[in-house]
Design a protein around this ligand. Structure first.
Ligand SMILES: Nc1ncnc2c1ncn2[C@@H]1O[C@H](COP(=O)(O)OP(=O)(O)OP(=O)(O)O)[C@@H](O)[C@H]1O
Ligand code: NI
Length: 360
């Protein structure tokens, strides 16, 4: 088998605070291949965003206390800032929930995409020039080409009249159009890995479905590997190939989406699914059966979910929980598995998806 695009192994990311050390990511392992969408699912505070931020050390990423992050053969946890900067402008792009964080309000949208195109090209060319030992030169027509490419990218993101739109400012765009523009910026560098943190959470269902469809075509047509972070099981069901269920910074369960969502093996996944069936409003945050997410200050002795789990035994609270294979590719961290089949674990249909399809 070929190597995965991204391999995260036993990652620990911590924040030192006045209250103690927050173990935000606590031994997480997963991979992302080219041409697949891997979903990261979990409640608020489960460590989804910190996992994403650790990968290319963006936006207050915390302190990586252990583990490895290998991207195309490069170890990112120990990589120089200059290497990370080059990767961020070329190979790895990130999209966040709030597009205003990415777009600069004082520049036209098209210029910002053209800028991203130029950074990418300059990086590529500079590497060649460095290799040849040639000093940098300025290419006058390059900006015109980059602007043209920006219009093209806006069109590919289904933005109507992309040429005239490209000279508009971010505030002249609706929320949905802004998020499409952010995707255009992210794709300007032709990344091989796209990390999207709740990219559709703030959007209405129609726009959400459009953007998720775009992500699927990126996977299919450009072979991009996508890490899609969400608290919404519906988004996972309609978009992802595999899913990682995070809780307390640890992987509770991981595997192909249809297997994990139709036959969940971990009590935590089961409770998430039971709640999502009760809460028909797909935009609603996950409210798990009982209790609140574990406080990750100073870490967890045993299973982070033990305090909320009705199957938990003394052993669950003691040592680290080993990961077992339920079937090939379906991983689980639960001492009590296999659990008895219950009403909440029987295969269930997730509600129809906003783009008209249904998921099972
Ligand atoms: N800068 C920080 N300083 C201290 N603790 C932090 C910091 N950033 C995140 N954390 C903590 O790390 C844990 C994981 O946070 P994270 O943002 O990854 O959660 P999440 O799964 O993305 O949640 P949400 O769905 O709310 O975005 C939380 O307990 C959070 O409080
Ligand atoms: Ni988050």
């Amino acid at each position: 088998m070929s190597k995965p695009l991204l391999r995260v192994e036993d990652l620990h990311t911590r924040f030192d605070t006045d209250r103690g050390t927050v173990h935000a990511v606590d031994g997480t392992s997963f991979t992302v291949d080219r041409g697949e969408i891997v979903g990261v699912l979990g409640e608020s505070g489960s460590g989804k965003s910190v996992t994403a931020r650790s990968i290319c050390r963006l936006e207050d990423p915390g302190r990586i206390a252990g583990g490895t992050i290998e991207f195309e053969g490069i170890e990112l946890t120990t990589a120089e800032e200059s290497t990370l900067r080059r990767l961020r402008g070329n190979e790895i792009s990130m999209v966040f929930q709030d597009p205003t964080e990415t777009l600069n309000p004082v520049f036209p949208v098209g210029e910002q995409i053209a800028e991203a195109v130029r950074i990418h090209e300059t990086n590529d060319r500079q590497r060649l020039l460095d290799f040849l030992g040639v000093p940098p030169f300025r290419d006058r027509s390059a900006w015109a080409d980059a602007r043209e490419r920006a219009v093209e990218l806006l069109g590919q993101m289904d933005i109507p009249s992309p040429k005239s739109r490209s000279t508009a400012f971010p505030h002249e765009f609706s929320g949905g159009l802004r998020q499409r523009a952010v995707l255009a910026v992210a794709l300007a560098s032709e990344p091989s890995l796209l990390i999207a943190d709740e990219p559709t959470t703030a959007l209405d269902t129609t726009t959400q479905a459009d953007i998720l469809r775009r992500l699927r075509s990126l996977r299919d047509e450009r072979d991009v590997g996508i890490l899609l972070i969400t608290h919404d099981i519906g988004v996972i069901a309609q978009t992802c190939d595999r899913v990682i269920v995070l809780y307390g910074g640890q992987v509770m369960e991981a595997g192909p989406v249809e297997r994990v969502l139709t036959d969940p093996a971990h009590p935590y996944t089961r409770s998430l699914l039971a709640c999502s069936v009760r809460n028909t409003d797909s935009g609603e945050r996950i409210h798990s059966a009982q209790g609140r997410p574990a406080d990750p200050v100073d870490g967890h002795e045993g299973c982070p979910f033990a305090d909320r789990c009705r199957h938990a035994t003394a052993a669950c609270r003691e040592g680290p929980i080993p990961t077992t294979e339920r079937s090939s590719e379906h991983r689980l961290s639960c001492l009590e598995a296999p659990l008895p089949a219950t009403r909440e674990s029987s295969p269930q249909r997730v509600s129809p998806t906003p783009d008209g399809g249904t998921t099972e």
